[in-house]
Design a protein around this ligand. Structure first.
Ligand code: F6R
Length: 241
């Protein structure tokens, strides 16, 4: 695992965006695993800028997102499909984008379908991750065993509270989500995790130095052969001590 402490959020986003742009240059039909949340917004802006400057071409790229809230359709402005359209897809020449369908009649069947979609593309070339304050990656919450495949998850109170900032009230935050499993994520050839802000400092420390345990889901990334973690000074504060 490589850890890069950047000067600030802007530098973190610039460096991470270059990894994704380089992947697209080297393999124009690559599969990118994408994340939502506030952390990657700056990186998506960088990619849009590169696209506008004709430095990157998404026409053959395939994307698969990590997760989606159960019960929210793609036109709901709190859904992750809406987020991706708004922050990236509407601004680039994308063709093949995939986000789990949160309104599928049978959510378990949707998880199986999604797992097949990822497999049929030959797996993810570069996977982007954020990290929850409790160490979750995608919506794999702290638990007793690492979940393997795409599955339906009950969100923890910690995550519901953290995500409430995007909703009118806490009651509006969905309590369930569909998420890629840890096994699906670990199969990606390369993983880039981003974290910024003091709230992430402890979980970044636990991820890098703590025990590898499903109680800190991101800690398993230490077993992956190609992971780079970019943190700003605040999120990396405990690593320096
Ligand atoms: C989103 C996702 C989540 C977020 C995490 C951090 O697709 O998978 O694991 O990455 O909750 O969210 P932010 O970036 O809002 O702090």
């Amino acid at each position: 695992m490589k850890v890069v402490i950047t000067k600030d959020y802007t530098e973190m986003c610039k460096l991470a965006s270059r990894i994704f742009a380089a992947e697209i240059t080297l393999k124009p039909d690559c599969v990118l695993g994408l994340a939502t949340g506030s952390t990657p917004v700056g990186m998506y802006k960088e990619l849009v800028e590169m696209y506008n400057e004709h430095r990157v071409d998404f026409s053959q790229v395939k994307t698969v997102n990590l997760d989606e809230y159960a019960g929210l359709s793609g036109d709901n402005d709190q859904s992750y499909r809406y987020f991706m359209n708004h922050n990236l897809f509407d601004h680039i020449n994308k063709e093949n984008t995939n986000v789990p369908n949160g309104t599928a009649a049978d959510l378990e069947a949707e998880c199986e379908r999604y797992e097949q979609v990822v497999a049929s593309m030959g797996g993810v070339d570069v996977q982007l991750l954020g990290i929850g304050n409790n160490g979750h990656i995608a919506f794999n919450e702290p638990c007793e065993e690492f979940p393997e495949k795409t599955h339906v998850v009950n969100l923890t109170q910690n995550t519901i509270e953290a995500n409430a900032r995007f909703f009118a009230s806490m009651d509006d935050v969905p309590k369930k989500a569909l998420t890629m499993g840890i096994g699906t994520i670990m199969k990606a050839k390369k993983i880039v995790l981003l974290a910024n802000g003091a709230k992430k400092a402890q979980t970044i420390y636990d991820t890098v130095y703590g025990p590898i345990t499903p109680k800190v889901p991101a800690s398993i990334l230490r077993l992956h052969p190609d992971v780079t973690i970019f943190v700003d000074e605040e999120a990396g504060a405990l690593l320096k001590k």
